[in-house]
Every structure is written in structure tokens, then in C-alpha cells.
Design a protein around this ligand. Structure first.
Ligand code: HEM
Length: 441
């Protein structure tokens, strides 16, 4: 009997849809989404499924989550850097780590990160001074990296900022090659690029190990994320984390937290530049919410929050969630064999006319308090279920504090002739950067 599940047309007799997926994944995913809620395709001999049906999304991420693991190539390669951190680990080990780390992300804990975020943003505002035509995406990257370093590891890393920044960049640049090479090659393969990658990985490990060793020698807890993780105990067993686990988690959070937030900020500023009315309202709100002597009161910037939510809908930094089916399952009537790869794309789902009226239009009022909140299976910037982003509230707090300060200080306008193309790298970023005309208010 032929399989009734719709199949993405075309494909190479040997490699299947690999070239489409590899070369231009965003339109590929949108085309697939338009064919149905569960659509099949092929990557060499591997069966792939693109999932967008809300009930199927829920089953993969919530109801039958144990069947869908992170055993895809991307995650396997990510372990080279991140070991068994929260993003890459699985099963009981992951659960224990998540339980230990969770309290560090509680609302009252997050408040202590306000100061480093506000200080780093104030430095940027001072540096931008009279404004001009500025490279905003890179500025957001450096800002988010500094914030990640300071909130995670404390002041100590300032001296190592160049090592951390440079090494992160090397790893991020090398990573897509490791993941998408048509034939997987051993990571220890000789060659300049691989040597550079390993040098960067070792440098990052060394910086974090040194901070951990220094902290172990101090009796008191330091008020940053690493300090919280070091002091945290498994609520059930009372156990803490080993040095190796701490390193894996610290690097995981650094990587998971900085590029994502940086790109979310860049896309938000780009959308604001293109929508001056929205920007004017948000800037007035930010000014009214910010006292002369302190940061914005985040309870008083509801419209800015809507803008950020809408920016994450249109440009979700994590544009693809990949999973591996351990056992067989049925999703929206389609049978999923063991060993299949599943792809859930926030990009395609967020731009689906089935779920969002006029999906391409930027409309922060979609998230207005008098509207029903979106179904959590069709709005997935932070995923959902037990593997949902642990840093979602941290990211939102960071983004709102940064945006409020920038909007209070500056007006953002587009630069004539610049065409923004979303580039689906590890995270979704504006290809070639983002230039904006920035002028003091
Ligand atoms: C706008 C910014 C951010 C976005 C869009 C984002 C998005 C996501 C998504 C979609 C996942 C799920 C990935 C998957 O299951 O395949 C995830 C996981 C994760 N994120 Fe974020 N993230 C952001 C910021 C942060 C920040 C600031 C941190 C830490 C400080 C962080 C730490 C993590 C960790 C540790 C995980 C793995 C959680 C687990 O599996 O238990 N993220 N993030």
C-alpha cells in the first residue's frame, strides 16, 4: 500500500532532498508546511518528516516526548564543545541537571542580573553617542556576549573577553561545516580549519575551568549564574554538580543564550526601524517607564513586550528543532518509523497562513492582552514541553531592558537600499549584518 502521507516533490535519486534542505532550508520548510501537517522527505536513506500540525507538535514535544530524542547529527557534534550540558544531554542525566539548574532561573533570581545588563547597555549607549550609520547586528552580538559572560561567570571574565569572544566565533563559524558535510568526517581530521576549531574549544574549556577552580577555592557563593549552579543541589538527592558538569552547563548557557538573544535584538530593531509608528509608541512607553536614576520598570513596558513577541514570531532565532524517533509512533495519522528524523520549524509554523492571519505582516497587536494567547504549538520561539528553553524569561528580561534603554536614547531608521536576508545558520541572523541609521532622540 502506498504511504498516504504527503511527500515533498523532487529530490535526487541518491541524496534525496539533502541539497534543497542544505542550500535553502527556509523556503523548503515553508513549501513543505503548505503540503500538510506531517510531510515526508528523504536525506540519503534516512526518512525525514516535517511536522507542523499542532496536535503532532504537541505529541512530539509534550505527550510522547520520551520517544523523540536529540540524537541528530547537529546535537551529536555540539557535544564536542558542550559535553553533557542541558542542551545536549538526554534521559535521567538531563532531568537531574535540569532540576538542579531550574531554581537559578526563577523570577526573583533573575532580578540580580539587571545590573550587569543595564551597565553593559549604558556603555553601548555612551559609545554610540551622536549615532550615525551603524552596524547594529554586530553591536548586539558583542553586547549579548558581554552580558552572557558577566551574568554567567561574573566580572572575572572581562580580561578573557577577547579569548571567549574570538573562540566562540571560531566555533560558531566552523560548526555548520561539521553538521552539514554530505559525508560526516571525523572531527579530529587534520587540517587548518579543524585545528582552529579544537584550539577554540580548548581555549573555552580552559577559561571556564579556571573560573571554576578559582571559585572552588572561595568559601562564599558569588552572585552570578555559575555561583548559583555551584550552590544548587538536586532537590531529591541533595547532590551538587561536578566541575565537569559545571563547565558543560556554563558553556551551554553561554552558547545557548548569547547568539539567540543577540539576533532577537537585531531583528526587533530592524522591524522597529521599518515601522516608525510602532517605534514612536514603544519609545514613549520606554521613556515613561524609565526613571532618571535607574533601568526601565519592566512592568510598565507591555507594548515593548508585544513587539518582542512579534519579532520572535517573524524571526525565531531557533528556526528549526530536530529530533530522532527512537520507537515507532503515529502523528496526525502518519506512521513514523523508528530511526526517522523529525523537523519542527518555528520559522515555517510562525509564517503559516493556516495558523496566522496575514502571517508576513508585523503586527504587535497579535499579542495584545485583550486577544486570546496563541496556541503554544503554533508559537514556539522557546519550544514547549519539558525541553523548553530554560532561559526564556532571562532572554525576555535582557531584551526588554536593552530595547527600552536603546529606544529611550535613539531613533532607528532603515538604510536605503539594504535588503535583509534571513540566514539560517545555527541561529537565524541577518545575512551580512544589519546597518541602521541611529540618531539621538
Ligand atoms: C531569544 C533568546 C532565546 C531563544 C529564542 C531560545 C530558544 C531556545 C529553544 C527553541 C530551545 C529548545 C531547543 C531544542 O529543544 O532543540 C532552547 C533551549 C535551551 N536554551 Fe534557549 N533561547 C534563548 C535564550 C536563552 C538564554 C538567555 C539561555 C541561558 C541563559 C538559554 C538556555 C537554554 C538551555 C540551557 C536550553 C536547553 C534546555 C533543556 O533542554 O533542558 N536560552 N532555547
Amino acid at each position: 500500500m502506498t504511504d498516504p502521507t504527503p511527500r515533498v516533490p523532487g529530490g535526487h535519486p541518491i541524496t534525496g532532498h539533502l541539497a534543497f534542505f542544505g542550500r535553502d532550508p527556509l523556503p523548503f520548510l515553508q513549501r513543505a508546511e503548505a503540503l500538510g501537517g506531517v510531510v515526508r522527505f528523504r536525506l540519503f536513506v534516512k526518512k525525514g518528516f516535517i511536522i507542523s500540525d499542532p496536535a503532532a507538535v504537541r505529541r512530539v514535544l509534550v505527550d510522547n516526548v520520551a520517544n523523540y530524542q536529540k540524537l541528530t547529527r547537529g546535537y551529536v557534534k555540539l557535544r564536542l564543545l558542550l559535553g553533557e550540558g542541558l542542551v545536549t544531554s538526554e534521559g535521567d542525566f538531563w532531568l537531574r541537571q535540569r532540576r538542579i539548574a531550574q531554581p537559578a532561573f526563577g523570577r526573583h533570581r533573575l532580578a540580580m542580573f539587571t545590573t550587569p545588563i543595564v551597565r553593559a547597555t549604558a556603555d553601548l549607549v555612551a559609545r554610540w553617542g551622536d549615532g550615525g550609520e551603524l552596524e547594529v547586528a554586530e553591536a548586539m552580538n558583542l553586547l549579548a556576549l558581554r552580558i552572557a559572560g558577566e551574568t554567567l561567570l561574573g566580572e572575572d571574565v572581562t580580561a578573557d573577553a577577547a579569548t571567549i569572544g574570538g573562540s566562540m566565533l571560531t566555533v560558531l563559524q566552523h560548526f555548520p561545516r561539521l553538521v552539514s558535510a554530505p559525508v560526516p568526517y571525523p572531527e579530529r581530521w587534520p587540517g587548518a580549519a579543524n585545528r582552529q576549531f579544537w584550539r577554540a574549544v580548548n581555549a573555552l574549556h580552559a577559561v571556564v575551568d579556571a573560573v571554576i577552580a578559582e571559585r572552588r577555592a572561595q568559601p562564599e557563593t558569588t552572585e552570578d549564574l555559575l555561583g548559583l549552579l555551584m550552590a544548587a543541589r538536586d532537590p531529591e538527592t541533595g547532590e551538587g554538580m561536578s566541575d565537569r558538569q559545571l563547565r558543560d552547563e556554563a558553556l551551554t548557557m553561554m552558547l545557548a543564550g548569547h547568539e539567540t538573544t543577540a539576533n532577537a535584538l537585531a531583528w526587533t530593531l530592524s522591524l522597529l526601524a521599518d515601522h516608525p509608528d510602532v517605534q514612536a509608541r514603544a519609545a514613549a512607553e520606554a521613556a515613561a517607564a524609565t526613571p532618571d536614576d535607574g533601568p526601565a520598570d519592566l512592568g510598565k513596558v507591555p507594548y515593548l513586550k508585544q513587539i518582542f513577541q512579534e519579532a520572535l514570531r517573524l524571526y525565531p532565532p531557533v528556526w528549526l528543532l530536530a529530533r530522532y524517533a527512537v520507537g515507532e509512533d503515529t502523528l496526525a495519522g502518519a506512521s513514523i518509523p523508528p530511526g526517522a528524523y523529525l523537523f519542527l520549524s518555528p520559522w515555517a509554523i510562525h509564517r503559516s497562513p493556516t495558523h496566522w492571519p496575514e502571517p508576513e505582516r508585523f503586527d504587535p497587536d497579535r499579542f495584545a492582552p485583550d486577544r486570546p494567547p496563541p496556541d503554544r504549538s503554533v508559537y514556539l520561539p522557546f519550544s514547549r514541553g519539558r525541553r523548553q528553553c530554560i532561559g526564556d524569561r532571562f532572554a525576555e528580561m535582557e531584551a526588554l531592558l536593552v530595547l527600552a534603554a536603546l529606544l529611550k536614547g535613539f531613533r532607528f531608521e532603515p538604510v536605503a537600499g539594504q535588503v535583509l536576508i534571513p540566514e539560517p545558520s545555527i541561529t537565524l541572523r541577518p545575512r551580512g549584518g544589519l546597518r541602521l541609521r541611529v540618531s539621538p532622540r
